[in-house]
Design a protein around this ligand. Structure first.
Ligand SMILES: Nc1ncnc2c1ncn2[C@@H]1O[C@H](COP(=O)(O)OP(=O)(O)O)[C@@H](O)[C@H]1O
Ligand SMILES: [Mg+2]
Length: 253
């Protein structure tokens, strides 16, 4: 155990709007931390900064003790930090299988020289990716639909596929932006179950933005509350539910 990720006083403004205004967070390895807050609080913007889409105006972001703010998304992904998007970004005209096989990182075959020199390695890696994808789709309950076009999947299955694609990059830390948005009650249960299983069996760490309070309260500890780009509260489910300020701005009195 230890701190795998840390952001210190991160700021980012869009024009006059301070989307992030000195936000700090620390993630312990092998835990599921929640990030909650009202719409427009800055949650997605924080994921964008952590994932390298925007460099912050101020503050610092560390992954395993190393500064990562200012790195590109692919560089951050290579280090082991992968994020998913609030709006699923799978390719609708492609099958589930094709989507999952597109994701793996560090493919030797992508570099022409090494693919000529190391043909054996390429073959081996393709086989490994293939096996990994097959196992993952089975575990995540998508294997039966592997040849289905993504556009025909339910919202919940698309969210599950998004997690599969993220897992294929071999992450240690996964940031999930509303992983159950649009999912049915049953789908939500299975998505949350998979997140817990991935933590337990594969030792992954999660930061989850979520709106369904029962889900958060059962799955996540600690919970960070963000408000106007700043830290409002941090605590376990019990503490957050009883926090006066949180009730006022988020839980609705
Ligand atoms: N690319 C952008 N350009 C301008 N304003 C943005 C951009 N992204 C987010 N914002 C603004 O930053 C604030 C935080 O948004 P966001 O991070 O999406 O919040 P949340 O995910 O918590 O709902 C909002 O006021 C939003 O309008
Ligand atoms: Mg958002």
């Amino acid at each position: 155990m230890g701190v795998i990720f840390k952001a210190e006083e991160v700021s980012l403004a869009f024009g006059g709007i301070k989307a992030l205004d000195g936000f700090s967070i620390e993630l312990e390895e092998n835990t599921i931390t929640a990030l909650i807050g009202p719409n427009g609080a800055g949650k997605t913007t924080f994921f964008n900064v952590a994932g390298g889409i925007y460099p912050p105006d101020g503050g610092a972001v560390y992954f395993r003790g190393e500064r990562v703010d200012g790195l590109r998304p692919d560089q951050i992904c290579m280090k082991g930090l992968t994020r998913t998007f609030q709006i699923a970004r799978e390719l609708g005209e492609m099958s589930v299988w094709e989507n999952v096989m597109l994701a793996p990182k560090g493919q030797v075959g992508e570099r022409v020289f090494s693919s000529l020199l190391r043909w054996g390695t390429v073959k081996k890696q393709e086989k490994e990716n293939w096996e990994k994808a097959e196992e993952l789709l089975k575990e995540m309950g998508l294997y039966e639909e592997r040849n289905e076009l993504c556009k025909n999947l339910s919202a919940g299955k698309r969210k599950m596929l998004e997690i599969c694609r993220a897992i294929m990059t071999g992450p240690e830390l996964l940031m999930l932006d509303e992983p159950t948005a649009g999912a049915t009650v049953d789908e939500t249960k299975s998505i949350m179950g998979e997140i817990e299983r991935l933590r337990e069996e594969h030792g992954l760490t999660f930061l989850v933005v979520e709106h369904k309070m029962d889900v958060i309260m059962n799955l996540c500890n600690p919970i960070y509350v963000m408000y106007f780009g700043r830290n409002l509260a941090k605590g376990d489910a019990e503490a957050i539910q009883h926090n006066e300020q949180v009730r006022e701005v988020y839980l609705g009195g």
